[in-house]
Design a protein around this ligand. Structure first.
Ligand code: RFL
Ligand code: PHB
Length: 390
């Protein structure tokens, strides 16, 4: 088999890159380790920046997102048992974010890919990358007990944090990392969201909490939990009780509880691998960087990486120019580090740090008080939350 771009991984980065390239007539094949159903079973991100929505529109998969997604004009911060709205649209000259689950977005991209007749190889085992230092890279994998090889011009490593792409070049990479001493316990439930107009971020002496949504009938909630907690430690009742105790009394009263349809614990990590290009191999999305979910930036960074990458590859094929390819890594990393900074800052502001004692909590409360009463600081939050320009 031969293609112009071999894409490793059928998550949001790989699927969106595939559509952007195909739209410009650049042939691509996606090689994915899991089945399509497994990929769709992962419950992850929920908040899209306007630049991400624009990219999805650009590849023609925005219809369901616009029909079913919820546009948020504000976020709310809860601390000291009081709610403080931050009008992100008013502070940014009209910019908003859209609540639309990563699962739905992935499904839309998968369907568009199938409709365009593009090849995706699911359940590919032992994927390995070769010869990307030269002009003729190759990708090998096993499927149905047979060895296969794809010859290509470029390889896009869109295979997430635990993928093979970054592991292949690990000796040529500098890693920057911070692991946080807690996790997020997330619950998905078929209940109306506590606030259909805003995403609610809570700071309390008991720890962080987050109220989000997938639709007017499906909600997503999180509470900060110790890193070594197990999902089995958390009955639904314990989760709802804990969430209520971390919110203000009015919100706590308003929460509609119900059985969880998914419950999982995610670790929190900041991570960047530099550079993001190795000859004819490029890393994009979670393969190159991880942010703690507090700023809702992971999926949005994946989208901006693949926008830069598709532009660079299209320029190569159509204009025979290497300018975009040569500047890919530096261009991505400029945006990545700003999102890393924002996600780290919001994580530090909103969570209870086990060793900080009362002092840390008091400093957080002072900063939060300053934040909600200072237009300059609220604007800085809003500007980053809606997403910095591409
Ligand atoms: P993915 O989604 O991990 O997809 C990578 C794909 O590669 C496959 N793969 C391989 N394929 C072939 N060979 C191999 N050796 C392979 N190894 C792996 C995997 O099976 C998978 O299908 O990475 P991608 O595409 O870069 O997308 C990144 C996003 O998924 C991620 O950044 C977000 O989910 C992060 N995130 C959020 N981002 C936002 O922008 N807004 C949010 O509100 C938001 N909330 C979140 C989040 C992530 C969370 N968790 C679980 C970490 C909330 C949570 C709780
Ligand atoms: C989500 O809906 O899953 C979500 C929302 C906001 C975040 C993180 C996750 O910051």
């Amino acid at each position: 088999m031969r293609t112009q771009v071999a894409i490793i991984g059928a998550g949001p980065s790989g699927l969106l890159l595939g559509q952007l390239l195909a739209k410009a007539g650049v042939d691509n094949i996606i090689i994915e380790r899991q089945t399509g159903d497994y990929v769709l079973g992962r419950i992850r991100a929920g908040i899209l920046e306007q630049v991400t929505v624009d990219l999805l529109d650009e590849v023609g998969v925005g219809a369901r997102l616009h029909a079913e997604g919820t546009v948020h004009h504000a976020i709310e911060l809860v601390f000291d048992a009081t709610r403080h709205p931050i009008a992100i649209d008013e502070l940014t000259g009209g910019k908003t974010v859209t609540a639309y689950g990563q699962t739905e977005l992935t499904r839309d991209l998968m369907e568009a890919r199938a409709a365009a007749g593009l090849t995706t190889i699911y359940s590919a085992d032992e994927v390995s990358l070769h010869d990307f230092d030269g002009a003729n890279p190759r990708v090998r994998y096993r499927k149905d007990d047979q060895e296969h090889e794809i010859a290509c011009d470029f390889i896009a490593g869109c295979d997430g944090f635990h993928g093979v792409s970054r592991a292949t070049v690990k000796d040529s990479i500098t890693e920057y990392e911070r692991v946080y001493p807690f996790g997020w316990l997330g619950v998905l439930s078929d209940t109306p969201p506590v606030s259909p107009h805003a995403i609610v971020y809570g700071n309390s002496p008991r720890g962080f909490s987050l109220c989000s949504m997938r639709s007017l009938t499906r909600s997503r909630y999180y509470v900060q939990c110790p890193m070594d907690d197990k999902v089995e430690d958390w009955s639904d009742q314990r989760f709802w009780d804990e969430l209520r105790r971390r919110l203000d009394p009015e919100l706590a009263e308003r929460i509609v509880t119900g059985p969880s349809i998914e419950k999982s614990i995610a670790p929190l990590r900041s991570f960047v691998a530099e550079p993001m290009r190795f000859g004819r191999l490029f890393l994009a999305g979670d393969a190159a960087h991880i942010v703690p979910p507090t700023g809702a930036k992971g999926l949005n960074l994946a989208a901006s990486d693949v926008k830069y990458l598709s532009t660079a590859l299209i320029e190569h094929f159509q204009e025979k120019s290497a300018a975009g390819i040569d500047s890919y890594s530096a261009r991505c990393l400029r945006r990545v580090w700003k999102a890393e900074r924002f996600s780290w800052w919001l994580t530090s502001l909103m969570h209870k740090f086990p060793d900080d004692g009362g002092f840390g909590q008091k400093i957080q409360e002072a900063e939060l008080d300053y934040l909600v009463h200072s237009r300059a600081m609220s604007t800085a939050l809003a500007e980053n939350y809606v997403g910095l320009p591409l």
